[in-house]
Design a protein around this ligand. Structure first.
Ligand code: GDG
Length: 735
């Protein structure tokens, strides 16, 4: 069977309505996302799952049947939501919690347990529908903030599908995100994806920082290492259907007087009667994030600061009704009505009203009328994931005229440096930008727009979707360095059969991160009693077991002192042959400790959550519990400071897993393990998770089976995912 792609978004790209209480009308909607996904959705074997736009209360079985048939024709599958579900999930948690918080409107953010429960329930409902239609090997691309938990649910139930997630709104800074009571669940939900896409690098880095601080996962560049897989994070700035806007504009200019819309005729009349005047355009959904109120106030300030522009400019403001069930949107509507009224009242003359205000949605052709007729676009969102209107305005300027004034708080500002970029809270700056735009020579307008157009044309919506899909496809390839092979059921059998055939065998086993999982408090870690049974059985099969660890000898003695194993502590400094006594293996001194210790202490003082572990012959600075970013930074700093200090002594600095250890050179696990090969072993096996284990992988003879635990880069020939798999492997040897 061929693999397919499932696209999931809150709303289906369909307009579904019921007429005369029985006839269902379905038409494809032409929004940006639907266009962008066309190549993924229409051309391939795919299915789009989303809410129909209707509530269960509105739909009876006969209507449902009609919806299903019509949706199926468009390769869509409709989910209905009850009114209650819609209230809690959509108007509630999505739009009263996530939307304001992710746009930095903390004062609007509601934390409501019932709405959270509703959000979880509907995310599960979506996931269920997806799972019913999903097979191993398929790809799922989930969209936006209404469905943050869906990737996690899908991954849990079907680990062998590839999941992409794209967030269309900003991801806020950790300091804001952390205020959410359900932050862990939301992050874990998102991490179900194999690839997470954001509009900008800033959103990406905010996300990574929340993941590393809240879930304490290891993040490196744009990868998050989970226990058994890697999640990729990247930015994909969404583009527009450039060709559609460009050709609509070209057609617009070809129209005869009769073909023109009523709106266009009125716009033309206005320009005829007020020659030299300029029109300023603003288009958005009526949303507090879009900065409509501050735009009007800044326009007022402009008319006050530069009164010479009175009667020479007009602000044409299209505000599209949106989420009017949510109280903040109703309040905003009243505020805008009042502001427009006040300003028009204040400045109007018999022949001029400064603001033309439309509160409605307009057909596409009227949108093009507005884009092509206005000399200036003024877009001042207080926060905006991307802002496609800015891109659409530039795409319709086929003669390259026009000036875009754009808020730096819009994701689009990153790609549109040639626009006049403003801070939406700085009215004086906006007033100056309006003056500059009004006076900008045509030549300058053209040269600025030319550069932006080139970029928008190249990175259009299709390219955006293709790039995302390509990157998603790329996650299917194993991330591990090419050398190491995963120990699967198939090749495990092969290794075990070699083990069973061999006469004399030896296993070198690292402790932390290999035989046991890490714990914030290392003293609380202890081997599982089942391990001792396994060791006994291994001994019975003529197999030597060596526990080789960075731990001090007292720790190993406490847990393994009575067992039939060889113990190597402090990376090779101490050796205890089976049931023998502890002996120093190297001739080392510890005079250096008194000069290095104060340096480590100063790092502990400056880095909360870190501590020094004093071993017999080494000093270790642990930073697992510190702020991950600060810890990593200080670790780099400490390694270089200590390297300078240790150059006179015969010391080396080991960078372990969240620990920096200073010890005598020449003491390492590779050297220590090699010394144990004093007999003729015909099966040698070494396993470990840490940087310090790489010494074993490098120095043991070539025939050794070297195995890394985890997904990090390694010199080992094989890898396993986690301690559970290590346990399983050892038990299979012992069987
Ligand atoms: C979210 C993020 C991100 C507007 N009025 C009419 C109309 N529109 C069309 C525009 C444009 C779209 O709606 C608006 O897109 P934006 O990007 O500006 O804003 P959001 O709706 O808030 O979208 C945003 C976006 O997702 C994509 O990831 O950029 O940051 O908030 O395409 O043309 N279309 C018609 N009549 C109207 O009256 N036909």
């Amino acid at each position: 069977m061929k693999n397919k792609t499932i696209i999931v978004s809150n709303r289906l790209p369909l307009q579904i309505s019921i007429e005369n209480e029985q006839d269902v009308k379905v038409s494809p909607s032409v929004g940006g996302l639907a266009t962008g996904m066309k190549s993924v959705h229409q051309e391939g074997d795919s299915l789009w799952i989303g809410w129909s736009g209707l509530t269960e209360e509105e739909v009876n079985p006969a209507i449902q049947q009609q919806i299903n048939t019509a949706a199926e024709k468009e390769k869509c599958l409709a989910i209905n939501l009850t009114e209650k579900e819609l209230d809690d999930y959509y108007y509630g948690f999505s739009n009263r919690t996530i939307w304001p918080l992710f746009h930095y409107f903390m004062e609007y953010t509601k934390f409501d347990e019932q709405q959270w429960e509703g959000y979880k329930k509907v995310n599960e409902k979506f996931a269920k529908k997806i799972l019913e239609n999903l097979d191993d090997g398929d790809t799922v691309w989930i969209h936006d903030y209404q469905l943050l938990l869906v990737p996690g649910i899908i991954k849990k139930n079907k680990p062998n599908v590839t999941i992409g997630f794209f967030l269309h709104i900003p991801f806020p800074s950790y300091e804001v995100f952390r205020t959410l009571p359900w932050r862990e669940s939301l992050l874990k939900g998102m991490l179900g994806a194999d690839l997470l896409g954001f509009h900008t690098y800033d959103y990406e880095r905010h996300f990574l920082s929340s993941v590393s601080r809240i879930l304490r996962h290891e993040t490196q560049f744009n990868e998050i290492t989970l226990k058994n897989r890697i999640v990729k994070v990247d930015s994909f700035p969404m583009g527009i259907d450039y060709e559609k806007f460009e050709s609509a504009a070209l057609e617009h200019f070809e129209k005869t007087q009769d073909q023109k819309s009523e709106l266009q005729v009125r716009l033309d009349q206005h320009l005829d009667t007020t020659p030299g005047s300029k029109m300023i355009l603003s288009i958005d959904r009526l949303d507090y994030t879009k900065g409509i109120a501050n735009r009007i106030r800044a326009f007022e300030h402009f008319l006050e600061k530069y009164p010479e522009f009175k009667e020479k400019v007009r602000l044409i403001m299209l505000a599209v009704p949106s989420r009017s069930n949510v109280p903040q949107y109703q309040k905003l509507k009243r505020e805008i009505d009042e502001l427009v009224g006040r300003i028009n009242g204040k400045f109007s003359t018999v022949s001029w009203t400064p603001i033309w205000y439309f509160y409605r949605s307009m057909p596409f052709d009227n949108l093009i009328d507005l884009y092509t007729s206005c000399d200036i676009a003024l877009l001042t969102p207080r926060r905006d994931g991307m802002n496609l209107v800015a891109k659409e305005y530039i795409a319709t300027r086929t003669d390259l005229s026009g000036v875009l004034i754009l808020s730096e708080m819009a994701g689009a500002a990153h790609e549109m440096n040639e626009a006049l970029i403003i801070n939406p809270n700085n009215y004086d700056q906006i007033a100056d930008a309006l003056k500059q735009a009004y006076e900008m020579p045509l030549k300058e307008q053209k040269s600025r727009n030319k550069i932006i157009q080139k970029r928008l044309k190249r990175y259009d919506i299709k390219k955006w979707a293709d790039e995302f899909m390509k990157a998603l496809e790329g996650t299917k390839v194993n991330h591990i360095s090419k050398k190491a092979k995963y120990i699967s059921t198939a090749n495990q059998e092969d290794i075990v059969s070699q083990f069973n055939k061999a006469e004399k065998k030896i296993l070198f086993l690292d402790f932390d991160g290999t035989l046991v999982d890490f714990n914030d408090d290392p003293e609380l870690v202890a081997p599982n009693p089942e391990l001792f049974t396994t060791i006994e059985k291994l001994n019975a099969k003529n197999c030597e077991v060596v526990i080789i660890s960075g731990r001090d000898k007292d720790f190993l003695e406490k847990h393994f002192g009575e067992e039939q194993v060889t113990l190597i502590a402090e990376h090779g400094l101490w050796l205890k042959e089976k049931l023998g006594d502890w002996n120093l293996t190297e001739n080392v001194n510890k005079n250096w400790m008194s000069s290095i210790r104060p340096v480590l202490e100063s790092f502990v003082d400056r880095t909360p959550g870190t501590f020094i572990e004093e071993k017999n012959y080494s000093l270790a600075w642990h930073y697992r519990k510190s702020d991950p970013q600060l810890g990593g930074q200080r670790a780099n700093e400490l390694s270089s400071v200590v390297k300078d200090l240790t150059s006179n002594h015969d010391l080396s600095v080991l960078n372990g897993n969240k620990v920096i250890e200073i010890k005598n050179s020449g003491v390492n696990k590779g050297r220590a393990a090699t010394k144990q090969l004093n007999q003729d072993f015909d099966f040698i096996f070494a396993i470990g998770d840490d940087w310090t284990d790489e010494y074993m992988f490098r120095e043991l003879p070539d025939k050794t089976f070297t195995v890394k635990v985890g997904l990090q880069k390694t010199e080992a020939s094989f890898y396993v995912e986690d301690t559970e798999q290590v346990k399983n492997l050892l038990e299979t040897f012992a069987r």
